[in-house]
Design a protein around this ligand. Structure first.
Ligand SMILES: Nc1ncnc2c1ncn2[C@@H]1O[C@H](COP(=O)(O)OP(=O)(O)OP(=O)(O)O)[C@@H](O)[C@H]1O
Ligand SMILES: [Mg+2]
Length: 281
């Protein structure tokens, strides 16, 4: 049974903003899936219907055997703006992940059980921050804050870990660190993970499977080898300039990597390691 199933999901905002268009996809247990696509493609909407923050206009989203709306407590979410409580320590912030399980009042009164405290420390260990457990979140670097955000999501003991551009505001080194800890967390804890990312080169390093989203549709679904520069161009710029035609299974990158990579490199985080062919600037 797939961990996540989208069946003919359409999401329309307002009168006529179609953010997802008849999307159907199965995601298997334990997959680490990365959503790629230009701004406005529908990546955040994909994640939002999955964690119940918004409802599909048509179609169904299933997590395990249940409707996504009924399993919110089993879904951990990491945001670009980590939403940490700056005055609290990394440990206390991680502990707030127990809120989803224990209920608001108990968490507010900080009646945390030994189990919760142990879970918070284990989660901080998973993201490499055990030694910093007592440090005030407000004094941490962007990358560390994001790792606390991951720890908080892990304390929730989710079966599904979602992240919406978790490394968008980080430098490439910190971005890689955060992604590698997220990958480690998913592997260690057998989680299914779905994250949107704008940095194609970083995505390539960590993803098992890539979904290319464009104009609300999944126009590419493949693994790392399938994600050629041509495919990346197609996802971001549309093939032949119209973006309507699918890019699954497009040809090899043999037509001169410099030429084909030029446009794709733009899509890659400017500060990231420029593609294998070397940095043209
Ligand atoms: N709350 C909302 N109300 C109205 N329209 C929305 C809302 N959220 C998203 N949209 C629209 O839905 C479409 C898809 O947006 P979405 O945020 O899912 O894209 P995205 O791929 O996450 O983009 P980005 O890379 O910029 O984050 C866009 O046209 C956007 O303007
Ligand atoms: Mg988005």
């Amino acid at each position: 049974m797939p961990a996540v199933t989208f069946e003919d999901v359409t999401k329309v905002y307002g009168e006529n903003t179609v953010a997802l268009r008849d999307v159907s996809v199965d995601i298997g247990e334990g997959e680490f899936v990365i959503l790629l696509g230009p701004s406005g493609a529908g990546k955040s909407t994909f994640l939002r219907v999955l964690n119940g923050l918004t409802h599909p206009t048509e179609g169904t989203v299933t997590v395990g055997e249940r409707s996504a709306e009924d399993v919110r407590e089993e879904i951990g979410m990491v945001f670009q703006e980590h939403y940490l409580i700056e005055n609290m320590s990394a440990f206390q912030n991680a502990l707030t992940g127990a809120l989803a399980r224990n209920g608001f009042l108990r968490s507010l009164l900080t009646w945390h059980s030994q189990d919760d405290k142990r879970a918070a420390l284990e989660a901080l260990e998973t993201v490499g921050l055990l030694a910093e457990a007592g440090q005030r979140a407000g004094s941490m670097s962007g990358g560390q804050k994001q790792r606390v955000g991951i720890a908080r999501a892990l304390v929730q003991q989710p079966s599904l870990l979602l992240a919406d551009e978790p490394v968008a505001s980080l430098d490439p080194k910190a971005a890689r660190d955060v992604m590698s800890y997220m990958k480690r967390a998913a592997t260690e804890r057998d989680l299914t993970a779905i994250t949107s990312l704008h940095q194609v080169n970083i995505a390539r390093e960590f993803g098992d499977r890539f979904l290319g989203v464009r104009d609300g549709e999944i126009i590419f679904d493949g693994n790392r080898d399938d994600l050629t520069m041509d495919v990346v161009d197609g996802i971001y710029y549309g093939e032949g300039g119209d973006g309507e035609s699918g890019v699954t299974g497009t040809g090899t990158a043999s037509a001169g990597p410099d030429e084909t990579s030029e446009i794709a490199t733009e899509a890659v985080d400017a500060a990231g390691t420029a593609a294998e062919g070397g940095d043209p600037t």
